[in-house]
Design a protein around this ligand. Sequence first.
Ligand code: COA
Length: 383
Amino acid sequence: MTEAYLVEAVRTPVGRRGGGLAGVHPADLGAHVLTALMDRSDVDPAAIDDVIFGCVDAIGPQAGNIARTSWLAAGLPDAVPGVTVDRQCGSSQQALHFAAQAVMSGTADLVVAGGVQNMSAIPISAAMLAGRAYGFDDPFRGSTGWQRRYGDQEISQFRAAELIAAKWSLSRPEMEVYALSSHQKATAALAQGRFARETVPLGSCTTDEGPRPTTTLAAMAALPTLTPGGTVTAALASQISDGAAALLVASAQALHTHGLRPRARIHHLSVRADDPVYMLTGPIPATAHALRRSGLTIDDIDLIEINEAFVPVVLAWQRETGADPARVNIHGGAVALGHPLGATGARLMTTLLHALEDTGGRYGLQTMCEGGGTANVTIIERL
Ligand SMILES: CC(C)(COP(=O)(O)OP(=O)(O)OC[C@H]1O[C@@H](n2cnc3c(N)ncnc32)[C@H](O)[C@@H]1OP(=O)(O)O)[C@@H](O)C(=O)NCCC(=O)NCCS
């Protein structure tokens, strides 16, 4: 098997809903990071074998294979193909897996992986709700097989977050302490310029717009819960955001041919799944599987990026894995920085790579919960 290497990683700043990226067409968001990726790696774009992008709610301007549209909108060679994948919130982490697997299999040498999402333009769940015009309330109702297995119960990330908080006995104050730390870490990272190398400003969006430097435990405690009688509030959820990110994956042969410097090696990649009703617990079995398969322990991992879809997801995972909180989301997560669904997988990997370089760490692990109960895990070794 051929090794797969990470050569370059870039992202836009993450824009708030209605913020600096809201008016940017998703193809132009994608084109922006693709252009930066090609410029920074100084590779001949014609040598790219494929462009794999994650995107959720691929309707309207995100429909019709946004990977391909973004590449063409960037003015890059039309002989290079593109494909869009949907593994829900983990879509661009899956894009990276497919890119790395293509290289590992020896069928490709240079592959771009990334993702894009403009949630200001196309609201979350727009694709699911679009079916209503055709008589489908959601993706599940009307399937006899689904009905037989899961009945009519609500399938949603909001219910899942509450189920997890209840199962792991996570109190609202405990979750708010975590959320506050996410904002504090992201604010500090911005102040210290930790994201400067990885971000490519776009128009008026020059910095991550999500962090709330002035938020307090008291302000969070005053917010209403998202569901009556629940514990999860807007402050304990990932933010609605806009953004894009892209990664360049190369084989050893491509490193040699194109004179590229490998920055990390893909040490392990896998994907597992858990109960779709609990939906967001996938990272727990997925992390256990990845560590078992790779022969590493959680303490061998220097830095971890786990997506903060909701605070209870991270706290339940932390309890089950015993991960040292000091190594987890060291620059904050989606609670503060936002979660542009299809882009977040590549955004997290971009941040993980740069953070490993800044801290001198060796192994980095990324995992994300995903609609349907799935979860990807990627372990990289910094070189
Ligand atoms: C949770 C969610 C519904 C909240 O949406 P929203 O109500 O439009 O969110 P807002 O950012 O406007 O926040 C609501 C209020 O809480 C306040 N708030 C949010 N976070 C806060 C914080 N950390 N501190 C203080 N106040 C905060 C906002 O200021 C706002 O107050 P206002 O109404 O007085 O302006 C939305 O962010 C969401 O859907 N998140 C999850 C996305 C998702 O499911 N992704 C996939 C993961 S599985």
